[in-house]
Structures are given as C-alpha cells and as structure tokens.
Design a protein around this ligand. Structure first.
Ligand SMILES: [Fe+2]
Length: 387
C-alpha cells in the first residue's frame, strides 16, 4: 500500500500543518464520548478515511490535504450526537461554522470540504472529484475495518476500483449483498397522530429549559456545538421550534438539522416557514384559507398573539406549537418555550389574524435534499449514473 500520506523522507506528499489543528478538534469532540471502545473505533475510522482520501486525492491530482481534512470531519455529527439519519448533511452543517472559526482554509477550500462531507453518504451517485474521493475512501475503510459493513454492488464497485487505483495487492474478497438500494425508505404511518401525541405528552410533563431537565437535554442533543453557534443563540432565546423538531424526529418524521437552501436551522421558527413553502415541500397552509386546522398541524403565529407574550430583545417574532384541539375560537397547542416562560405547556391561542398559518406533515413527505448540489445550490435534474 502506498504510504505517501504518512510522510517521511522522499515521499511526494507531506501533510501541511493544517491537518493537525483539525485533528486536535476532532479529538476534542471524540474525547467527550464516554465509551472508550466507541471512541477508539470512531477515531480509527476518521483517521483511516482521512488517509485513504489523501492517497486517492494524490493519485487523482487533487489536493491531498483538503481531502484528508474532509475525511477527518466527515462523520463528526453522527459521532458527536449518536444520530445517524442524514448524518452527511448534518455533518456538513455542523462543520461549516467550525471551519469558518478555524480560519485556516480559504472560502473555496471550505466549500470543497463541506461539499464532500455533504455528499459522502450518497455512494450511488456521482458528484465532483473531491466528493468522489471521500466516498471511495469511506467505502474503502469500511471494507477493510468494519465487520458490519453492508456492502452492495455499487459500493463494491467503488472499492474494487479504489483498490486497483492505490495498487493494493493481495486477494480481494468483497461480500456483496444483493440489495443495491443505498437507502431503504421506511414508510411513514400516521405521522400527524404520533406527532400530536408526542407533543402533547412532552408539553404536559412539563419540560423545563434547563440542563438539569432530562427531556430538555433530549431537545438539545441535535444541536451539539460548544460554544453555541449563531443559530443556537436563536435556539436559546426561543426553543419552541426545537421542541417541534424533537417531536417530529420522535414521531418518525425525520429532517436534517437544516434543509438545503433554507437560511436557518430547524431550531428557528423562520426555518420551518421557509422550508414548508418551498415548492418541492409544499406543506404550508396560509391562515384564512378554507382548509380547517386539524390535530397534529404545526401552528405558526406572531409573537403578540395569546395572553402575556412579550417581544423582548432578540426573541423570535414568530412562535409555533402543535395543534391538539381547535373549537373555532381557540387553538389548544403543545408548545415548548411557551410564552417565554422557559417551560413547555399546553397553551390556548385565539384564532385571529396573528395566526400566520399551518404546516401539515403527512406520511407521503419525502426528503429531497439528496438531489441538492452543495456547491451550486441547485437541484440536480439529470439521472444519476455510477460508471
Ligand atoms: Fe464514514
């Protein structure tokens, strides 16, 4: 196996200093994981993928250091939170402010790294050169070091080509599963019912906005930055959007922490509005139309609605909660940070023009973020082919 990435006299590639601080950062995140076995496994994977990525990049005349950095960071959200769903998209979102604050990489380099992380779980499709390096490196490391690796025809094809490219010798035995669907989509069922039930249960606990509260810690777990990033400032001012997000995930309606092209993360009410009105999402029902609100709808309303609410400092001008009941005059909603009392409750909201509208989840919703190209911001219309 070529050892160029490991450096040493006479090697073509010597890592520049920039991988060291990234590695330190990754270690600082992994060191927070109590389970030593997991910690070591994660570290081995990130380091291993980083090394394979650097070697492949060098073979393909790309910047090995940039690929190495993408490899080091590519699964960081999953390892930090334990949440695997949409982990490539969430890792890119997680890493974005980290790279920015590190101030080590140019804007273009940051974009290349983030794009590779964003697309790395999509082994079925072909993206740009750096994206492909990370996907191949990831598949390669899983092949050599992961007993539970579920290798399908597409991943096997990537592994075979990468092994040949790196001139790794020896017998290659790739166990292929017949299933080439890279992601099995579980059919959602009765999302609205489950969602309303979860929201009602949590609102009645109640959840207190304190790190001492185990339910609040569950709501926090999707947003693990330390120190909190900008969107978390939004979160701490007003956690009812994060409350709704948690209820969604708990009821099987999965979303990444931020939808591509939406300006905010789902811990902000604005993000929900921006997401729901997008044409490919189309889940927003404006106030005043003929559609009758129902249990499980997400009610979005202006902050001065209801009794006793004050718009203080940076608090969001919009609020949201989950509809549990509607009698024509009042909504009963399950709300996280209800009336900014830092406690969840079932609140009563008058039906008037302060209501902005509703977001109605449904069982048919499909996340379309996979077709989003990270660099251009556009949805890819062309068919995906892995050659
Ligand atoms: Fe990985």
């Amino acid at each position: 196996m070529p050892m160029a990435y490991l450096g040493g006299k006479g090697t073509k590639y010597m890592p520049k200093n920039r991988t060291a601080p990234v590695n330190d950062y990754v270690e600082s995140i992994l060191n927070k994981i109590d389970d030593q076995r997991k910690r070591e496994k994660y570290k081995q994977h990130l380091t291993g993928v980083s090394q394979f990525a650097a070697m492949l990049a060098q073979k393909r005349n790309l910047d090995a250091e940039i690929s190495a950095v993408a490899g080091l960071l590519h699964d960081i959200y999953k390892y930090s939170t334990g949440i695997g769903k949409y982990h490539s998209h969430n890792s890119a979102e997680y890493v974005k402010p980290v790279l920015y604050k590190m101030n080590l990489f140019t804007e273009e380099e940051q974009l290349i790294i983030l794009s590779a992380i964003f697309h790395h779980a999509d082994k079925k499709h072909v993206h740009d050169a750096y994206d492909e390096v990370l996907k191949d490196a990831d598949a390669l490391h899983h092949h050599f070091h992961d007993d539970s690796f579920d290798c399908n025809e597409i991943k096997a094809d990537r592994i075979k080509k990468a092994i040949a490219e790196l001139e790794i010798e020896g017998e290659i035995n790739i166990a292929e599963s017949k299933d080439i669907s890279w992601k099995k989509v579980k059919k959602k069922k009765d999302v609205c019912q489950k969602f309303a039930k979860t929201a009602s249960r949590l609102a009645s606990k109640p959840v207190v906005g304190s790190l001492e509260d185990k339910h609040f810690k569950q709501i926090l777990k999707y947003w693990p930055e330390d120190p909190p990033g900008d969107s978390l400032n939004c979160f701490f001012n007003d956690w009812n959007a994060a409350f709704v997000y948690h209820c969604c995930i708990e009821s099987g309606f999965n979303l990444p922490v931020r939808y591509p092209n939406v300006s905010y993360r789902f811990c902000c009410v604005k993000a929900w509005l921006e997401w729901a009105i997008r044409s490919e999402v189309n889940l927003f029902i404006p106030y005043g139309c003929d559609i009758v609100p129902m249990k499980g709808d997400i009610l979005v309303y202006k902050n001065n609605a209801g009794s006793g609410a004050n718009l203080v400092n940076n608090q969001s001008p919009e609020r949201m909660g989950v509809v549990l009941n509607f009698n024509g005059e009042f909504f009963e909603i399950a709300e996280g940070n209800s009336n900014f009392k830092n406690i969840s409750e079932v609140a009563s909201i008058r039906n008037n023009e302060n209501i902005i509208g509703f977001i109605r989840l449904n069982d048919e919703y499909t996340y379309m973020g996979w077709q989003f190209d990270y660099k251009t911001g556009k949805y890819r219309a062309e068919p995906y082919i892995v050659s």
